[in-house]
Design a protein around this ligand. Structure first.
Ligand code: 2AM
Ligand code: CA
Length: 260
């Protein structure tokens, strides 16, 4: 599989940041025993990874704008291109020594995501996608699952965080979905959830109140694997309202119907 030069830059940035993140993950396991826990340590690891990624991307394309989870929006000379970066998606998992986390990097051109990388350094799974070129896990081309019956489907979601007003709404959504499926899972990383849908490991996905850096690369991944992604109104406004539904064409439609 041939990767474009720009996708290679994104992969290199993810791999470089992941080396330190992997060492830090090992350290987090030791810090669990302390009463305060590894909170500050993890927040540092997160920032460090972002700095590494941002500087590599900036070196390759100095003018591009950026949207970074930790540092926010940075306007470059070139506003037609924007990097969207989550240096550590699944932070709560990382904090608790659970290996379900990843680095997510997307490139947007004139408002359209054209390339995405999602990397889990613990499983060494590198998900990549380029617009019109398909989605890959390492060197293997990805395809969303072919299941059509909800009863056969494993669906992934994200549970709203404490204090979020969508908690009650979520309980209703989950009740409605769990009675019609083979199971519901919560992975704790939106980016990985989308990558897993692209890989056919989950048949569908829904979650609310997400930020663009959580989902930018993953949306492209699912679409390039032949799947569908929209918000709860079947529109493409996931970046502005934070709601997302993903799956193959049948399951996406069914989840959309259930959430309506
Ligand atoms: P994060 O790990 O980078 O914070 C989990 O359902 C998903 O929601 C993750 O992708 C997580 O990204 C994101 N998320 C957004 N806001 C969050 C918050 N306040 N606490 C935990 N996860 C959050
Ligand atoms: Ca995130």
């Amino acid at each position: 599989m041939a990767r474009s030069a720009i996708l290679n830059v994104m992969v290199e940035a993810a791999l470089k940041a992941s080396r330190r993140l992997t060492r830090d993950f090992g350290e987090v396991e030791n810090l669990q025993v302390s009463r305060k826990g590894p909170g500050d340590f993890v927040s540092n690891a997160d920032k460090q990874a972002e700095t590494t990624i941002a500087s590599m991307l900036r070196k390759a394309r100095p003018g591009y704008s950026m949207l970074l989870e930790e540092s926010g929006a940075i306007k470059g000379d070139d506003t037609q291109h924007r990097w969207i970066v989550d240096p550590l998606d699944g932070t709560t998992n990382f904090l608790h020594s659970n290996p379900f986390f990843c680095i997510s990097i997307a490139l947007e051109t004139q408002g359209t995501v054209v390339a995405g990388v999602i990397y889990n350094p613990i499983t060494d799974e590198l998900f990549t996608a380029e617009r019109g070129q398909g989605a890959y896990l390492n060197d293997r081309r990805l395809r969303v699952s072919g299941r059509r019956e909800m009863m056969d489907c494993l669906v992934v979601t994200g549970i709203p965080h404490p204090g979020r007003k969508t908690q009650a709404e979520f309980i209703t959504q989950q009740n409605n979905i769990m009675i019609q499926t083979a199971g519901v899972r919560a992975l704790g990383s939106a980016a990985l959830s989308l990558a897993y849908v692209a890989a056919g490991r989950f048949d569908g996905y829904w979650e609310s109140e997400l930020a663009p850096w959580d989902i930018a690369a993953g949306i492209l991944m699912v679409r390039e694997a032949g799947g569908y992604v929209t918000d709860y109104d079947d529109k493409n406004e996931m970046f502005s309202n934070g709601d997302i539904i993903a799956g193959n064409e049948y399951i996406h439609k069914k989840i959309l119907g259930i959430l309506k």
